[in-house]
Design a protein around this ligand. Structure first.
Ligand SMILES: Cc1cc2nc3c(=O)[nH]c(=O)nc-3n(C[C@H](O)[C@H](O)[C@H](O)COP(=O)(O)OP(=O)(O)OC[C@H]3O[C@@H](n4cnc5c(N)ncnc54)[C@H](O)[C@@H]3O)c2cc1C
Length: 446
């Protein structure tokens, strides 16, 4: 069976959903292919929370606001209308905030948006391979329960996170940090329910984390808790009574591109979640009646392939807040490197490999140029996911979910332009894509 589309988007995470929406709204007959039975990728299957990248604190005015709107803004507003997203401050009295959401409701919001835009969605379909000739993707094959299907399209968008389609199309790529190829660790996210949140969070998130970290350090020192994977307790508010979201497990030096290593990582992530959640319930007062509520459908994967594109973002671009004529996405997120060797690596500080964390903060918000989505050597393919063309350090900043909605949105808009003009995505001018995204032309009000 051969199906034909204007645009096929492979991978339905935050970037893929936004890409498919904008492609369809721009007039393309669009297919979205997703291996799970729901969209959202790390935001739903990975239980990653909260959204990051949208909040930016203007160093001149001290005020905070969103630098990302567009599809991301629509998603956030729909979640809020369902009572499924809340904005929380990191520290009382300081402007920096985060948007936490109920990931089950996000699945429904994505379904609604995709249906309204007329995107055809194929769940339970894996990319199998790609047929290429002369730097052009002619078709892809999908493995589905019903057998192997072939999909032809004028434009393809790789939103698999792992840049699976780009790799199948022989786009050059890099993996991991320059010195040893290691990627950031994987983390199985989980939630606890039955938590006394009123008591724990009465003085804000920072104090709450410090309180629990105090118990954590005591238990480790006394040998009652064998948990060397994190050196502090990281949890976030969650917009449901009695429920908190934990980013605590760490599985290092396992490649998410290798099924056996990934399988081992899944088991280790669950083991760590079990050890940590049982300790919380046994020893920490606010968790006396708490229990491990749920965990990600899959372990969270921070990093795999980064394609080589027409431009590669550097750490300097992030730190200096570089602006580009073809800047199609904005972000306020910092270079957030979780040490590939884990919290106990004696050669590096836990998060930043020995470099003071402040030097990883951007002086002002930065932009992602469209050229990072344009791969070398393939003309009708855009990569719109965390696998865009960046250095290891820049990847650690741009990978977050608000930014990925924005990157996907731009790819979808570009694919619609390409099909309308009868050309390939490689010929599309990123400055034109930028101009077509309404919120990027607005002055920030803070
Ligand atoms: C533990 C952890 C904590 C994080 N913390 C935060 C945070 O606090 N805030 C934040 O904003 N971001 C955070 N991030 C980053 C963020 O979640 C991801 O980088 C982001 O979701 C990437 O979006 P994406 O659309 O590129 O890819 P993904 O979200 O990975 O989506 C890719 C989609 O493609 C599908 N897919 C993959 N391969 C195939 C294939 N071969 N065939 C068919 N479908 C396929 C997947 O099922 C998935 O739906 C965190 C990530 C991790 C792992």
């Amino acid at each position: 069976m051969i199906a034909r589309y204007d645009c096929a988007v492979i991978g339905g995470g935050p970037a893929g959903v936004a890409a498919a929406l904008k492609s369809a709204r721009g007039g393309n007959r669009t297919l979205l292919v997703e291996r799970y039975g729901f969209a959202g990728g790390m935001a739903t299957a990975g239980m990653v929370n909260p959204f990051a990248g949208n909040c930016y604190v203007n160093p001149d005015t001290g005020a905070a606001g969103d630098v990302v709107d567009g599809v991301f803004g629509e998603v956030l507003r729909r979640l809020r209308a369902r009572g499924a997203a809340e904005r929380y401050l990191f520290h009382p009295g300081q402007p920096r905030y985060y948007d936490a959401f109920d990931e089950r409701q996000l699945r429904i919001v994505y379904d609604e948006l995709l249906a309204e835009a007329g995107v055809e969605v194929l769940f339970h379909a894996w990319l199998l391979d790609a047929q290429i000739s002369g730097g052009h993707v002619n078709s892809v094959r999908l493995r589905t329960k019903g057998g192997v299907e072939t999909v032809e399209a004028k434009a393809f968008i790789d939103s698999t996170g792992d840049a699976d389609l780009a790799a199948a199309a022989e786009v050059p790529f890099d993996v991991g940090r320059a010195e040893d190829g290691l990627c950031q660790p994987c983390t199985l996210m989980f939630s606890m329910a039955g938590v006394d949140k009123d008591g724990l969070l009465d003085a804000g998130l920072k104090t709450a984390r410090e309180r629990v970290t105090g118990y954590f350090e005591d238990a480790r020192k006394a040998g009652r808790l064998d948990f060397p994977f994190r050196d502090w307790v990281a949890f976030y508010e969650y917009p449901r009574p009695g429920c908190l979201q934990f980013n605590m497990t760490r599985v290092c030096e396992r490649s998410a591109l290798d099924a056996r290593q990934l399988s081992a990582a899944e088991r280790e992530g669950r083991r760590q979640a079990d050890v940590f959640s049982r300790w919380l319930a046994a020893e920490v007062p606010w968790f006396k009646h708490a229990y491990l509520e749920t965990m990600g459908t899959q372990i969270g994967v921070r990093e795999t392939r980064r394609i080589r594109g027409q431009y590669s973002m550097s750490a300097g671009d992030i730190r200096e807040g570089t602006r580009f004529d073809d800047g199609i996405a904005r972000s306020g997120y910092f270079i957030d490197i979780h040490n590939p060797k884990g919290a106990t690596d004696p050669h590096a500080a836990a998060a930043t490999r020995g470099v003071p964390k402040d030097s990883f903060r951007a002086k002002r918000y930065y932009e992602v140029p469209f050229r990072c989505l344009q791969p070398q050597g393939v003309s009708n393919l855009l990569v719109a996911c965390r696998g865009i063309s960046t250095s290891f350090e820049a990847h650690a900043a741009v990978r977050v979910m608000a930014t990925m909605h924005a990157v996907g949105e731009a790819a979808g808009a570009a694919a619609a332009m390409a099909v309308k003009d009868g050309t390939d995505c490689s010929a599309i001018d990123g400055a034109k894509v930028r101009r077509s995204i309404e919120y990027l032309n607005r002055e920030l009000a803070f």
